[in-house]
Design a protein around this ligand. Structure first.
Ligand SMILES: *[C@@H]1O[C@H](CO)[C@@H](O)[C@H](O)[C@H]1NC(C)=O
Length: 291
C-alpha cells in the first residue's frame, strides 16, 4: 500500500466509526407513576390518565433506538440492589383481590444477561453491594407500565430493586451509577408514585374530593427535579420537607425511591415535568424526564 492509500483508509475508517458513534442514542432517565396494581391496564376509571401518560411515553422516548430498559421498581425491596439477569423472566402477580384477568397478563420481553452483569460490575466498582438474580420474575412495577409503554415487548428489560433501608442518599448513588448506561442507549425508568400514602388512598372518595392535600411536597419535587444538579441533590433530604411524611410515610417511602434513582441518573441537564395530574381527586402526582 502506498502512503496515500493508508491515509485514505484511515480517513474512511474514522468516518465510519464516527457515524456509528453518533448513531448511539443518549437514552433518558424517566420517572413513571404506575397507578394502583393492574388498574391502568384494566382501564379502571381512576387510572385512565396514568394509563394515558404511560402510553404517551413514546412521545418522549425514541423506543426504537433503545438497546434496553432498566426498570427500577418500587415493588421489590432488597438488602442489596438486585438485578434480574436471565434471558427470560416469568411475571410475579404481586397484587391481591383483583379480577381474574389480572393474573393472566403477559409481558414476554427478553432479559439481557450481559448488560445485567455489566451493571453488577459497575455497582461493584462504585462500592455499592448488588447481586444478580436469574430466578425471580418481574413484578407489576415492571410489567404493568411496560404493557402500556411498549406492548410489542421486544426491548430487553432489566428489573432493578430498591433497598429495604429506603436510604435516599444510597438511592441517589444507585442512579449515578446507572447514568453511564444511558450513553449507550439504555433508558432508566423509575416505577413508583410521586405521592403514595395507602391509608389516605383508602379513605379517598374520588368524585367528592375537591382539595389537593400534597401541594407543598409536590412543589418541592417539581422544584428539585426540574432544577440543575445542585438543586436536584436536595431530593436526598426529602424527609425535612413540609408534607414529606404525609406523602410518603416513614418506612413506607418505597414508591419515592425510584424517583430518587432517576434524579441520580439525571446527568448534567435539568429535568422536565411530563406529567401533572391529580389521583383519586386529591393527590397531586408528577412525572419527570431527564434527556
Ligand atoms: C397524551 O398525549 C396526547 C396527545 O399526544 C395528549 O392529548 C394527552 O393529553 C396526553 N395525556 C397525558 C396524560 O399525558
Amino acid at each position: 500500500m502506498t502512503i496515500n492509500k493508508i491515509i485514505l483508509t484511515v480517513i474512511i475508517f474514522n468516518f465510519i466509526t464516527q457515524i456509528k458513534m453518533e448513531d448511539v442514542y443518549f437514552a433518558p432517565s424517566l420517572f413513571l407513576n404506575h397507578g394502583g396494581g393492574p388498574y391502568p391496564v384494566l382501564g379502571e376509571k381512576n387510572n385512565l390518565e396514568i394509563a394515558d401518560a404511560l402510553r404517551n411515553v413514546s412521545n418522549y422516548v425514541d423506543l426504537g433506538r433503545l438497546g434496553a430498559i432498566v426498570v427500577v421498581t418500587a415493588h421489590r425491596e432488597e438488602d442489596v440492589v438486585t438485578i434480574s439477569s436471565a434471558e427470560r423472566h416469568s411475571l410475579v402477580y404481586d397484587y391481591y383481590n383483583f379480577p381474574p384477568e389480572s393474573y393472566e397478563l403477559k409481558y414476554n420481553a427478553p432479559g439481557d444477561p450481559v448488560l445485567a452483569t455489566r451493571i453488577h460490575e459497575a455497582f461493584k466498582t462504585a462500592g455499592i453491594a448488588s447481586r444478580l438474580d436469574d430466578q425471580r420474575g418481574w413484578d407489576h412495577g415492571v410489567f404493568i407500565p411496560m404493557m402500556l409503554i411498549h406492548p410489542k415487548a421486544d426491548i430487553p428489560i432489566i428489573q432493578v430493586s430498591i433497598l429495604k433501608n429506603q436510604n435516599a442518599a444510597q438511592h441517589y448513588e444507585i442512579g449515578r451509577v446507572l447514568y453511564q448506561f444511558r450513553k449507550e442507549g439504555v433508558a432508566i425508568f423509575g416505577s413508583g408514585l410521586s405521592y403514595h400514602n395507602m391509608k389516605e388512598f383508602r379513605k379517598a372518595i374520588p368524585d367528592v374530593e375537591k382539595d389537593i392535600v400534597n401541594k407543598d411536597f409536590d412543589s418541592f419535587l417539581n422544584e428539585v427535579c426540574t432544577g440543575d444538579e445542585g438543586k436536584r441533590k436536595r431530593i436526598v433530604f426529602w424527609e425535612q420537607e413540609k408534607g414529606g411524611y404525609e406523602s410518603h410515610p416513614l418506612g413506607e417511602a418505597d414508591h419515592l425511591m425510584p424517583l430518587i434513582v432517576n434524579a441520580g441518573a439525571g446527568g448534567p441537564k435539568c429535568g422536565r415535568n411530563i406529567f401533572d395530574s391529580v389521583f383519586l381527586g386529591k393527590f397531586k402526582i408528577s412525572g419527570f424526564i431527564w434527556d
